[in-house]
Design a protein around this ligand. Structure first.
Ligand code: ADP
Length: 463
């Protein structure tokens, strides 16, 4: 696998979690996996695995490849300090380093030089996101390419084509060209044997104009080779029966602990935690505070949300505007709304355990992890039915007693508020609620299931 991040070595988002969990799950199924990454600043040196020659700006650079092995997965690091020994992975304060095209072209060329040495011999290369988009462009063997978020497209001026050692023939509509520029993501999509993305629904959505970010035509042309596979969640890390951050362990058969977790959460946040407060529904959110996650929609719905008799707890950071909105809401409703701006692993677990409902009204959502944690913790998700949210949350149908959460589709305050109202009416029906909680807690959201689906894709790609 070739990628720009993998936990625990380098992480800015969910990509790194996939690159930690999927290789391990594949190894448990009996496969061999090497992961190759840049050796960023702070990544341990590891053992010397070899040396490859990489062409870069017309020069041939001898480059060391180091390795670390853990849980049966070998991670290889491309050691080129001029490109990778920097403060950030991609650039300062959400901006890009100006030479990112060259940096990640170097990663791809080094990975291929390594693979082409012949030992070990690889059956297939799995490339992730635009940073690995040149892999299928430059490699003649089978490549599977995964899109983790179509919003990141690896766009660069056309002059970069020759600077990263590619010929002009690649500057065509059927190759890397995207509206006069080049897109390395497009390289990954167009040249690989099979393309995957992180949920079946997102795989369909990105072929439409609404969700396609300009790539819908390109993706439709590869529609027969585009597969959606849900990410799994880490069952050791996210388990209400063993979670070290949560006061009382619980599972589907012993939900009493969840009430203890709720009291703990209310106490941690300084909200009242008497018996009546424990009975009142508590809505949790852990999120980047950006429009993608539905914060603009919530901003348009605040008055109605406040009319619902529920408490709200929010953990996250992101756009200043949304941070301030929620801070001032908490200040105006101190007994009912608690907001923590920042990143806090412990509190994220405590919210998943202690809240009754989890709200995720995303505009788009490639896969989403928090709704899956919520399902596992008996915290009933209320979500917009898009992408991975659509695939993981089954809308409750009260007459038949089926479903794991509450979903809506129109991106409107009315749909959001009415769905949350309906969820809270159901919350007060204890039997119905327990059934919904148990259905969610019983789902299989493991990496093992996802890894088996990747193996099917690898087999299809190597036929
Ligand atoms: P995305 O990757 O689009 O941000 P996901 O739902 O796929 O959304 O994953 C978000 C991950 O980051 C989850 O593991 C979530 O718990 C975690 N997370 C997000 N914000 C915070 C925060 N402020 N504190 C702790 N964890 C957070």
């Amino acid at each position: 696998m070739v990628a720009s991040e993998a936990a625990p070595f380098a992480k800015t988002g969910g990509l790194a979690d996939v690159l930690l969990a999927l290789p391990r799950a594949l190894v448990r199924l009996g496969h061999s996996v090497d992961v190759i990454l840049p050796r960023y600043r702070g990544v341990p040196q590891g053992d010397r695995a070899g040396v490859v020659t990489v062409s870069d700006e017309g020069a041939a650079r001898e480059t060391r490849i180091d390795s670390v092995t853990s849980h049966g997965v070998r991670t290889l690091f491309v050691d080129h300090p001029a490109y990778f020994d920097r403060d950030q992975l991609y650039g300062p304060d959400g901006t890009d380093y100006p030479d990112n095209a060259a940096r990640f072209a170097f990663l791809c060329r080094a990975a291929l030089a390594w693979a082409h040495q012949g030992t070990p011999s690889y059956d297939l290369i799995h490339a992730h996101d635009w940073q690995a988009g040149l892999i299928p462009v430059l490699h003649r063997g089978p490549v599977v390419f995964t899109i983790h978020n179509l919003a990141y497209q690896g766009l660069f001026g056309a002059e970069w084509l020759s600077r990263i050692g590619l010929g002009r023939e690649l500057l065509g509509m059927d190759a890397l060209e995207f509206w006069g520029r080049i897109s390395l993501l497009k390289g990954g999509i167009v040249f690989s044997r099979l393309v995957t993305t992180v949920s079946p629904r997102y795989a369909e959505e990105i072929q439409t104009e609404e969700f396609g970010c300009g790539f819908d035509g390109i993706l439709r042309s590869r529609g027969a080779d585009l597969v959606g596979i849900l990410n799994g969640i880490d069952y050791d890390e996210w388990n209400p029966a063993t979670d070290p951050y949560v006061g009382a362990p619980y599972d589907a058969a012993h939900l009493d602990g969840k009430r203890v977790a709720k009291r703990q959460l209310l106490d941690v946040l300084g909200l009242p935690s008497g018996e009546r407060d424990l009975d009142r529904p508590l809505v949790g959110m852990v999120s980047r505070l950006v429009d993608q996650k539905g914060f603009d929609l919530m901003a348009r719905s605040t008055d109605d949300l406040l009319r619902i008799d529920a408490g709200y707890v929010l953990l996250g950071s992101g756009d200043r505007r949304h941070e301030e909105e929620w801070r001032s809401l908490a200040a105006a409703h101190p007994g009912r709304i608690a907001v923590r701006i920042g990143f806090n692993e412990a509190l994220a677990h405590q919210i998943e355990a202690g809240a009754d409902l989890f709200l995720m009204p995303s505009r788009f959502e490639p896969c989403g992890l928090n709704q899956m944690y919520s399902l596992r913790y008996g915290t009933v998700p209320v979500v917009r039915a898009v992408g991975g949210l659509f695939d993981t949350v089954q809308d409750v149908d009260l007459p038949t007693g089926t479903g794991t959460g509450f979903t809506f589709h129109p991106y409107t305050p009315a749909a959001l508020v009415e769905t949350l109202r309906q969820a809270i009416r159901t919350y007060h029906d204890r039997d119905a609620w327990r059934r919904i909680q148990a259905a969610g807690m019983g789902l299989d959201l493991s990496w093992e299931t996802s890894a088996r689906k990747y193996v099917e894709v690898y087999e299809r790609a190597t036929i």
